[in-house]
Design a protein around this ligand. Structure first.
Ligand code: FES
Length: 133
């Protein structure tokens, strides 16, 4: 299955839980990102200068900025709206914002970028209150 490039104002995408081919690798210039609809999510795919790729949620958790348009430096992206920083490998905010969702991404043997559904962490059990709490 092939995803379509994100269109301005469009959040709809293909509905799938399977890996999705989002683009030919050459469509993403080195050092830049592009946004794609994957399932119900918008995913920003970045091609780092070392040739590796990363994929994270495309919408900045601060105020919805377009992270695929952000500047990247090694494995950090700066949101273009207010410059909050996010690690592209872990999704962790480096500036106090909620973290991004990280999507497994790979380049297949035909130089196509393949994004998989995110690996969700199991819920952390809440502590059981003891009698007397
Ligand atoms: S919207 Fe991204 S930093 Fe504000």
């Amino acid at each position: 299955m092939t995803a379509r490039p994100a269109e301005p104002g469009s959040a709809a995408g293909v509905s799938t839980a399977e890996p999705v081919i989002v683009a030919a690798l050459g469509e993403i210039p080195l050092g830049e990102g592009r946004a794609y609809a994957v399932g119900d999510a918008m995913v920003a795919v970045f091609r780092l200068r070392d040739g590796s790729v990363r994929a994270v949620s495309a919408v900045c958790p601060h105020r919805g900025g377009p992270l695929a348009d952000g500047q990247i430096d090694r494995s950090v992206v700066l949101c273009p709206l207010h410059l909050n920083a996010f690690d592209l490998t872990t999704g962790c905010s480096l500036s106090g914002q909620p973290d991004l969702t990280v999507y497994p991404v790979a380049v297949d043997d035909q130089d196509r970028v393949v994004v998989s559904p995110p690996v969700l962490s199991p819920p952390v059990p809440s502590p059981v209150p003891s009698p007397g709490d």
